[in-house]
Design a binder for this molecule. Structure first.
Ligand code: C2E
Ligand code: MG
Ligand code: MG
Length: 730
């Protein structure tokens, strides 16, 4: 057999070195037998080449894996071993180099050139020379290490990737972020980070089980991959947190739409283990170097932005801004003070009318909690209700709110109802119907005058349990209203067998429905028609302008609630109004809805020819702003409006009257995700720093700096009028 020839030759060479023979007392014959046993057991293989690097021998077991002796016979080394793969893979000298240099090598990993799944060997060999010192070829051994390598690769994968979703894990994405930030610092290349967190994922885990939760996360990851594509890298940080790293990206228009798309697509229903499930998502966005140029700072900035998005009602994105810091502090403060506030009656109920669209008469008041903090003003329930939910205080708060609302309503004329918001946490409490009964008994309010507003989020968990609760509540004789309809979870078809008396269509459908190209109108019509055919009332929430009101009226909505009729009022005001018999609310508001106009009241800087003026912005739109504080600026003057945090908008004065300017921006602003606007690009802190050294008075993003008039004031062309900030800022 071939092996015998090979060993015979090998023995011949051994005699030239003599070392192996001396080291063993076995005869050549015995050693040959041992090697044969070793080779037959496929524990290891042998190979030999000639001076031209062509194979002259390969153990039968090894040859078989290459397709048999026939296939392999006479092949050159380069036709069997992948010379490049080995070099690429290991940080050592390449195989071709070692062969050319006639080096010995030991345990060198090499990929076998062969169709199918990759096969790796580890080869060792040394060159052989004849007595005259002429190279005769290599003699070597080999071993299949494919399995070992797979295990090693798997271990690396485990370290770098998230096992469940296959996305990179926290460690890897943080490394990539650090690498990207090096480029930010050294080459001034921006880099954006989006932090995404699923809303109510815990609920899915708790109600449908962890396996279902895992299945859902996997689908979320797949959806994210589709959206992000090769624009950036997605990582899963653990739990329901994802991060998207977008190198070389600073355009907030683009980032906002990407985040919005992620939120929208993630919020579509899932099928997990045969059940339909829905989650939402919130996103926080920060961009280096503007919001921080270290990994920790940038991550903390996205955290804060995400937190703000969640606090504002979830399902939204937010850009980081230095003001968010104070929001986070506010929330901490809320957490610390809410309990005392409940005890010391700082929380009161306000009532907003829900008006019958045929007669403009109030048919119901929605009870809305207000927290009037001494010295701090009103705190929105959108901020403190989530805190109350997280801390478990909602049970007590909800109970007190329900009781108060029923008591107050009992003092109104008997045809007017009261609507009370019920948190999903209250709703999940098995004793909730008892609490309702208590409030009715204690206040003497007729059950038919109490309407419970429930959002679709109560169906995120076990639908049957939720439906059972609805039936129990109905049995008490109270009315049920589905609040914020359309914001997420149930479909229109779901309404057909739901026991609601009223559907409240979310503000987001009403607001802007009259704008051209807005398909909310079609959605509104579908909801109103279906609800009407099922005998349910429909309330259009958040109507602010006359055209919106006319639209919902013409589409057949039965009721509307919104600032166009009234904001929420204190019980005393409601009582005195009703005592005078004034139960009709006349709509009053702007004639048309304008998507891009918003009232903002804040300080800005106006930079003109090296001088920065303090001014006051009263009105902001995508295309321009109304600014107060500079006297007699000629129309046509070019200025830069400093909106803070590196947001500089080049603008031209279009209107000017005394101290009031109307300016038009050169580049329209983009949505900031919070219902506000921001500039697409910002001036980097590096440039701001350079500008301040050059005495160009721009405002830094340091919050401590906010609103402080710059000390240096080069020659100013316009007169800055003294503004009484406190008048506006309270
Ligand atoms: P909601 O139940 O959807 O209440 C309607 C919200 O829309 C109220 O905000 C109301 O002031 C606002 N709104 C009404 N008309 C307009 C309009 O034309 N334009 C605009 N921009 N907004 C309008 P509010 O009072 O800040 O309450 C926010 C949310 O806090 C409520 O949303 C509700 O979910 C929650 N909430 C309020 N009070 C309670 C409560 O007693 N218990 C519970 N669980 N949640 C409450
Ligand atoms: Mg409500
Ligand atoms: Mg609502």
């Amino acid at each position: 057999m071939a092996f015998n020839n090979f060993l015979a030759r090998r023995a011949g060479h051994a005699s030239t070195s003599g070392a192996a023979a001396k080291a063993s007392s076995l005869s050549v014959r015995q050693r040959l037998e041992l090697l044969e046993v070793y080779e037959d057991a496929d524990l290891g293989w042998f190979w030999a080449t000639d001076a031209a690097d062509a194979f002259t021998y390969l153990s039968p077991g090894a040859a078989k894996t290459l397709g048999g002796d026939e296939e392999f016979a006479g092949k050159a080394v380069g036709e069997v071993f992948d010379m490049q793969a080995a070099a690429r893979d290991e940080a050592q000298r390449s195989l071709p180099f070692m062969l050319r240099a006639r080096n010995s090598f030991n345990r060198f990993p090499v990929r076998i050139l062969k169709a199918g799944p990759p096969v790796w060997w580890e080869i060792s060999a040394r060159p052989c020379y004849d007595a005259g010192g002429t190279f005769q070829g290599y003699r070597g051994s080999a071993k299949d290490i494919t399995l070992d390598r797979l295990e090693k690769e798997e271990a690396t994968r485990l370290v770098r990737f998230d096992v469940l979703t296959g996305l990179v894990n926290r460690r890897t994405i943080t490394e990539r972020l650090e690498q990207a930030l090096i480029l930010t610092r050294t080459q001034k290349r921006p880099c954006a980070l989006i932090m995404l967190d699923l809303d109510r994922f815990k609920h899915i885990n708790d109600t449908l089980g962890h396996q279902a939760g895992d299945a859902l996360l996997l689908q979320v990851a797949q959806r994210l991959r589709q959206i992000v594509g090769d624009q950036g890298e997605i990582g899963r940080l653990g739990g329901d947190e994802f991060q998207i790293l977008l190198p070389d990206c600073e355009d907030r228009g683009l980032l906002g739409s990407l985040a919005q798309r992620c939120i929208q697509i993630i919020s579509q229903p899932y099928l997990v283990e045969g059940s339909r499930a829905t989650v939402g998502a919130s996103a926080g966005i920060a961009v280096a170097p503007f919001d921080g140029d270290g990994a920790d700072a940038l991550t903390a900035a996205t955290d804060l932005a995400l937190y703000a998005a969640k606090a504002a009602g979830r399902g939204q994105f937010r850009f980081y801004s230095s003001e968010l810091k104070s929001d986070a502090e506010l929330r901490r403060e809320v957490e610390e003070n809410l309990r005392d506030a409940i005890a010391s009656d700082e929380l009161t109920m306000f009532y907003q009318p829900i008006v019958d669209l045929r007669s403009n008469k109030v048919s119901c008041f929605e009870a809305l909690l207000r927290w009037n903090r001494p010295h701090a003003g009103f705190i929105s329930p959108a901020i403190f209700i989530p805190v109350a939910e997280d801390t478990g205080m909602i049970a007590e708060l909800g109970r007190a709110a329900l009781m108060q609302a029923c008591r107050d309503a009992a003092a109104w004329p008997a045809h007017i109802k009261v609507a009370v918001n019920v948190s999903a946490i209250q709703f999940a409490d098995d004793d909730f119907p008892l609490r309702v009964r208590e409030a009715l008994d204690e206040s003497g309010l007729h059950p038919a005058r109490l309407e419970l507003e429930i959002t679709e989020s109560v169906f995120l968990g076990d639908v049957e349990v939720a439906e059972h609760m609805l039936r129990r509540l109905k049995k008490l004789g109270v009315r049920l209203a589905l609040d914020d309809f359309g914001t997420g979870y149930s479909s229109l078809s779901y309404l057909s067998n739901a026991p609601y008396d009223k559907i409240k269509i979310d503000q987001s459908f009403v607001r802007g429905a009259t704008a051209p190209d807005n398909n909310n109108r079609a959605i509104l019509k579908a909801i109103i028609d279906l609800a009407g055919s099922l005998g349910m009332d429909t309330v259009a929430e958040g109507a602010e302008a006359h055209d919106e009101l006319e639209l919902v009226r013409s589409l057949g909505a039965s009721h509307a609630q919104g600032f166009i009729y009234a904001r929420a009022e204190a019980q005393a005001d409601v009582l005195s109004r009703l005592a005078e018999g004034r139960d009709v609310y006349e709509p009053s508001g702007p004639a048309y809805f304008r998507a891009d106009r918003m009232t903002v009241i804040r300080k800005v800087g106006v930079v003109h020819e090296n001088h920065r003026y303090d001014a006051f912005m009263r009105n902001l739109s995508r295309t321009g702003a109304r600014i107060e504080g500079l006297l007699d600026v000629p129309v046509g003057t070019q200025v830069v409006v400093d909106l803070g945090d590196g947001q500089l908008a080049v603008a031209v004065v279009r209107r000017s009257q005394e101290a009031e300017l109307g300016v038009e921006f050169e580049t329209p602003l983009v949505s900031d995700g919070a219902g506000g606007l921001c500039t697409r690009y910002r001036v980097s802190p590096y440039a701001l720093h350079a500008a301040s050294n050059a005495a160009i008075p721009l405002r830094h993003s340091d919050p401590a700096d906010r609103g402080v008039t710059d000390a240096f004031a080069p020659h100013s062309k316009f007169v800055q009028v003294e503004l009484n900030w406190s008048k506006y800022l309270k």
